[in-house]
Write a protein that binds this ligand. Structure first.
Ligand SMILES: Cc1cc2nc3c(=O)[nH]c(=O)nc-3n(C[C@H](O)[C@H](O)[C@H](O)COP(=O)(O)OP(=O)(O)OC[C@H]3O[C@@H](n4cnc5c(N)ncnc54)[C@H](O)[C@@H]3O)c2cc1C
Length: 472
């Protein structure tokens, strides 16, 4: 990289905000999708919107590709710099700028870790509802870019339902201040459009978020089954009966054993074929009635045991097991490929069977843990990335799983985004006209296509469509 550009960038972010030594660049080679790696030329860590904007301006003048990065916990290759260039990270942008407990919103820097916000709000009887299992590491900016979900998004909705405003640094360094907090803003909903854009529209530097009152009563149920099928069928029935717990999560046997052997041990029975974790929230009477209805559904399936967390400590333990499940799988194999797709909830059991079959046919080990209430499957393939043949089989299984879910009327991603991982399947799911519309939107935000190039919209489709459908 040009020495004068480096000097100018260092003048903006300071020595501590510029990473260029090859060994220190290694952690930025990939996100949680460790199969795909590419080292950036440089990493910049601005401290606020002004510094980020100045970096973007300089990189615009030099026409350098930019990848925004939060904590790098993404699972679809979103923060992996496939075209090289510069990674601009939010690791030094972690402040809560405003906590308004009366109007119930918070304005935060994009690098704030998700779980920190609920910790800050707790004394005021409020919390931030979207709770990805990675919430102790992932950032609010990453959540916005991926429109992240989490166990409790079944009741409260995914990130997009909680973002009231944004400050965005655009491709050329200009700043859009859409910081809200207005519930129904005039004009185009640019905030809504930005959420889920996976870093291809520029960088969110500040985010205004809705805060939610903590429910007065919470009950957490653990239902134990001898197989996945009965657990899935119970969920299908809960949805059909219009029951509204706040979270419905399933863990299969391999996952249960990995969790119980790890520091996240939650007291799940290790001989169970599957466990279902269901949370019910609200007023005391409401919780009692819903919980009784759910127990009645369990009783119609071969449930082995149903128990309710005795106290807040046991509840936290049950959730720590669920949220630590991906980490615990490190005990099974060195690497984990976390597939992510949504299917209609009437097809849960059928699709879980299909994913098991796909893995079996390719000689792969599969552990399943997922947001069952949203029909959001996470078939996790345990593998070793040092074995090229196994890597090929993993990628092939990933493709097959996604296509089966689309064929069943589902979508390519429940919450992890398209990134690089699902580019090919975008052409499987969307028509040429759909992709052309996406390309035009992308071009409006980033006419030079330097913002996280190679992600989300297949370039081949974009290139061909651009020639055919867009003025040059
Ligand atoms: C153990 C584990 C459990 C997980 N559980 C869940 C879960 O329950 N639900 C869920 O939804 N996800 C889950 N994930 C995936 C991941 O944590 C989420 O996608 C998360 O939102 C990524 O945040 P991050 O800060 O790590 O972003 P990164 O991985 O750094 O980036 C993700 C994407 O966002 C873009 N980006 C990052 N910051 C910004 C910004 N400020 N402005 C614009 N673009 C930006 C990047 O360019 C990239 O495309 C899990 C991951 C792991 C490893």
């Amino acid at each position: 990289m040009d020495a004068s550009l480096l000097r100018a960038l260092e003048a903006v972010v300071g020595k501590d905000g510029l990473v260029s030594q090859p060994t220190r660049l290694v952690p930025y080679e990939s996100d949680g999708l460790a199969i795909l790696r590419q080292r950036p030329d440089l990493v910049l860590l601005p401290r606020d919107t002004g510094e980020a904007a100045a970096c973007y301006r300089l990189l615009h003048e030099a026409q350098v590709p930019i990848v925004a990065r939060g904590a790098g916990t993404g699972l679809s290759g979103g923060a992996t710099p496939v075209a090289g260039g510069v990674v601009v990270g939010t690791a030094r942008m972690r402040d809560v700028l405003e906590l308004n407990t009366e109007d119930r919103y918070a304005r935060v820097q994009a690098g704030l870790v998700n779980a920190s916000l609920s910790r800050e709000c707790d004394p005021h009887g409020l919390f931030y509802a979207p709770d990805p299992s990675s919430q102790r590491a992932c950032t609010i900016g990453g959540n916005v870019a991926e429109n992240s979900g989490g166990p409790h998004c079944f009741k409260y909705g995914a990130t997009t339902q909680h973002v009231l405003g944004l400050v965005i640094v655009q491709h050329d360094g200009t700043v859009l201040d859409l910081s809200g907090p207005i519930v129904d803003p005039d004009g185009y909903d640019l905030v809504g459009l930005f959420v889920g854009s996976e870093g291809t529209f520029g960088m969110a530097t500040e985010v205004t978020l809705r805060l939610t009152p903590k429910p007065p009563v919470v009950e957490t149920l653990l239902a134990v089954f001898d197989g996945l099928e009965a657990a899935c069928d119970s969920v299908t029935e809960m949805i059909a009966e219009r029951l509204e717990p706040s979270a419905i999560e399933i863990l299969d046997q391999l996952t249960i054993r990995a969790v119980e052997d790890s520091v996240f041990a939650a007291g799940y029975p290790t001989d169970a074929g599957a466990v279902l974790l269901v949370e019910v929230e609200g007023l005391e009477e409401e919780v009692a009635v819903t919980s009784e209805d759910i127990r009645a559904i369990f009783a119609r399936h071969p449930v082995l045991e149903v128990r309710s967390a005795r106290d807040p400590e046991e509840r936290l333990k049950l959730w720590a097991g669920r949220k630590g499940a991906f980490g615990a799988m490190g005990r099974i194999a060195p690497d984990l490929y976390v597939a992510d797709a949504c299917v209609p909830r009437t097809k849960l059991a059928e699709m879980v069977r299909a994913t098991i079959e796909i893995a079996r046919e390719r000689g792969l080990r599969l552990a399943t843990v997922f947001h069952a209430g949203d029909g959001n499957l996470h078939p996790n393939i345990c593998y070793d990335r040092r074995d090229p043949d196994e890597v090929e089989r993993v990628l092939d299984a990933g493709r097959a799983i996604l296509e089966r879910c689309v064929d069943a009327g589902g979508s390519l991603t429940g919450e992890h985004g398209v990134g690089i991982e699902k580019l090919e399947q975008m052409e499987y799911l969307f028509s040429e006209a759909d992709l052309a519309a996406m390309c035009r939107v992308r071009d409006a935000w980033d006419p030079e296509r330097r913002m996280n190039p190679g992600k989300l919209v297949p370039l081949r489709a974009c290139g061909e469509i651009r020639a055919a459908a867009l003025p040059s």
